[in-house]
Design a protein around this ligand. Structure first.
Ligand SMILES: Cc1ncc(COP(=O)(O)O)c(C=O)c1O
Length: 469
């Protein structure tokens, strides 16, 4: 990459991005600022150097930098170059009316009360000031201490019922748990069944492991058991992946009967299930997990990222039992070694003193308030959602196509949403987008964002084509 050494050789990765390149570059700058990969005051490559490094026109970089400046990410010091804004705001925490609001990332909202920052600070200070701080300041072997596994079994009781803590493995997030489960179940070339619209992280794992994903049809109660049976006959899959509660992206929650029917179908076929229950604890009345009906064939995954905070990113992987635990433990040791003892220790502490439940309740309350706000401001028929969920699945009116709508919102509304293509195993992807409510810094920002969204929906059209003469 030939970027002059006078500038730092930061070059955005934009391969595979959908939509106009200049927006992808501006997005990449925003993401790099959010990840603190680019720091306040840091100089970006010159227009010319970046154009050369990316193999794009100079005007594309000029537009990208102008867009990033409009989003409040850059300072222009005339004649001296382009710099990350000195007091660059953290986009998701401090967005204001004229800044970009990224509703593309699915995460729990920060409750106003209690403040998560305060609880984290207090919890860590207790943990580190306690009797045995060394416990959380070192490496450890095995996927979690007995304490942490017991805390996990207790946390999951509302969805799993009684579960032997010995079947639990503590992982640094759901993604590595998914990687481990599918590595244990399938080999390159094998097929895994999943919803036709599904979590993009599954697609990433499948690609790395050389697995084929086959889409299974669903209705408004989730994946159809008869479609699983038909797809089994056609594909001889090694596993079935599903998200039974607040499906990502469609928001569908399978009722109890559908869970039982799916469990029974998989049992009859001898098909393993990978149940990704990322959102399972969000409803105040959680439904029993599929794993509770078919524990002997289900690899169950539950992360804290979506029900508490990505700051506490850790997950439990519950193995079907027996040799499965050993095998998964070996996979996790080889890939991620262990979850951070500081976080797993903090969560065990939060289970002991009740903070975990308090935060979960506050998140449910804030999510419910945000969902009400969306219902108030958006046309009713335009979206599906769970009343305590983190996101909406928005169906666009016929005059809008999803990619045009997404880029229109970016340009006109300063708003980020995710088009269905990110989730779709089938082509063409439907004209729908995912809108995540938790990512807005506060309800005022969300209100503004929902208003922009409603205006955008109302307007309609294909702005790209409209500009062609
Ligand atoms: C269904 C589902 N599973 C897993 C994850 C990732 O969780 P983690 O952050 O624990 O890897 C997500 C994140 O969006 C998700 O939607």
């Amino acid at each position: 990459m030939d970027v002059s050494h006078a500038e730092r050789a930061w070059v955005p990765r934009i391969e595979g991005e959908q939509g106009p390149i200049y927006l992808a570059i501006a997005d990449a700058i925003g993401a790099a600022v959010a990840r603190v990969e680019l720091r306040p005051g840091e100089r970006l490559p010159t227009h010319r150097a970046l154009a050369k490094a990316l193999g794009v026109d100079l005007t594309t970089v000029t537009r990208a930098y102008a867009e990033a400046r409009r989003r409040g990410l850059l300072d222009a010091r005339v004649g001296r170059g382009t710099f990350i804004r000195s007091m660059a705001p953290s986009p998701s925490l401090q967005a204001t009316s004229d800044e970009f609001v990224d509703l593309g990332m699915n995460l729990p909202p920060l409750p106003e009360e209690p403040r998560l920052q305060d609880l984290l600070q207090q919890g860590l200070s207790r943990l580190l000031g306690g009797q045995e701080p060394r416990r959380v300041l070192s490496y450890r072997t095995g996927a979690g201490t007995a304490d942490e596994r017991a805390a996990g079994a207790l946390w999951l009781r509302p969805v799993l019922g009684e579960v032997d803590p010995g079947r639990l493995l503590v992982c640094p997030g759901a993604q590595p748990a998914l990687f481990a489960a599918l590595s244990a179940l399938a080999e390159p070339g094998d097929t895994v069944l999943a919803d036709e619209l599904t979590y993009p992280g599954l697609r990433a794992v499948a690609e790395q492991l050389g697995l084929r994903l086959a889409g299974v049809a669903a209705d408004d109660e989730g994946m159809l058991p008869e479609a699983v049976e038909a797809a089994y006959g056609e594909n001889r899959p090694k596993a079935l992946y599903c998200i039974p509660t607040i499906q990502n992206p469609t928001t569908v929650t399978m009722p109890r009967e559908r869970r039982q029917a799916l469990a029974a179908t998989a049992q009859r076929l001898g098909l393993h299930i990978v149940e990704d229950d990322a959102y399972g604890l969000l409803p105040s009345r959680p439904l029993p997990a599929i794993a509770s009906f078919a524990p002997e064939i289900t690899y169950y995954i539950s992360t804290l990222s979506k029900v508490l905070s990505p700051a506490l990113r850790m997950a439990y992987l519950v193995a079907p039992g027996g040799a499965g635990v050993e095998r998964l433990g070996a996979m996790l040791r080889a890939s991620v070694l262990m979850a951070s003892p500081l976080l797993t220790g903090l969560f065990a502490e939060w289970m002991r003193d009740g903070t975990a439940g308090t935060v979960l309740s506050a998140i449910r309350k804030e999510s419910a308030a945000r969902q009400r706000l969306a219902r108030e401001l958006l046309p009713r028929a335009s979206f599906s959602a769970h009343p305590e969920g983190l996101h909406l699945w928005l169906r666009l009116p016929p005059r809008w196509n999803r990619l045009d709508f997404t880029s229109h919102l970016r340009r006109q509304g300063g708003l980020g949403v995710v088009p269905s293509d990110a989730f779709s195993l089938v082509a063409p992807a439907p004209d729908s987008v995912r809108v995540s409510l938790g990512a807005a810094a506060n309800r005022d920002d969300l209100r503004r964002a929902m208003t922009s969204l409603a205006i955008g929906l109302d307007r309609g059209g294909s702005p790209h084509f409209a500009a062609v003469v």
